[in-house]
Ligand binder design. Sequence first.
Ligand code: ADP
Ligand code: MG
Length: 334
Amino acid sequence: MSVADRAIEAVDLVKTYGKGKREVHALAGVTFSVRPGIVFALLGPNGAGKSTTVKILTTLSAPDSGRAAVAGIDVRRDPGQIRRLIGYVSQKPTFDPVATGRENLVLQGRIHGASAAQARARAAELLDRFDLTAAAGRTAGTWSGGMQRKLDVAMGLMHRPRVLFLDEPTTGLDPEARMGMWAEIARLAREDGLTVLLTTHYLDEADHLAARLAIIDAGRVVASGTPDELKSALGGETVRVGLAAAPQAEQARHVIERLPGIAAVESEGTVVNARVADGAAALPGLLAALDAAMVELTTVSVARPSLDDVYLHHAGRTFASASLSPASLEGVAR
Ligand code: ADP
Ligand code: MG
């Protein structure tokens, strides 16, 4: 890709918070690039470094080393120009709950230098687009969670940015509101040609929404590509075995590993995943071997590799367990 083909570029970003014993290596060399006009997801468990990366790309934080550019402009060289080009919707809500939806939008427009009339016109356009017109005169604090999140996104769009950063746009939303938000985000890229970088800790969100994604874990990009590329690269299918008791996992793993045609076996808790070329062909032998070893099963399934499998393969642990580790729980608070 030439510079003009990159809407966003991060090269070897390093960021450490705190000193001495309290030192946290938030980013340990993050590299990825995004071409214009697509939805790109930065997928990772809590504490992986997603918000830190976004803060650097949006000029809110400086990296210790490495380089970041948006629309070919280095974020350190011209932060003012970057801020005019981008919209940023932070993980935490930024709307004023005691102002109405319309007031929030108009104020945002005025902050960006629009006249009162321009700001009102743009606000009306966005209220309409996000289906918020009926509620626009009510204080935003009384809105539903899904409407509030849409308001945050609309605020980020007031000044017509070309590149939009959405930090966990659907966290905490109910399934219906999430679907609504997904549709809006997809439309921003498809119809308006915006480049959208979103962060998420939802595997299905990245899978559904992102043309390309980078999986970030412990401050590093461990894999990147289209969802299909990432899944296909693992090859074959995954046979997933649920066990009655966790202590049998080790035994089950050993039994499965010795079978012919098994590419890799990983276990965690009561679940053992085996990658095989052909799930249906491998299943009878696998079940017979586990039965002979007196391993008690509760469930068995065969599936194409999922992003969950992709993460497990590259990060060496399941996404669910990574999201519960102590370091990541710290990240949840932010
Ligand atoms: P994510 O957005 O993926 O959940 P973050 O980028 O917020 O992750 O955080 C990455 C790591 O850096 C976490 O361990 C987090 O606790 C730590 N961290 C983030 N911000 C700060 C800060 N201001 N001071 C100290 N540590 C921080
Ligand atoms: Mg975050």
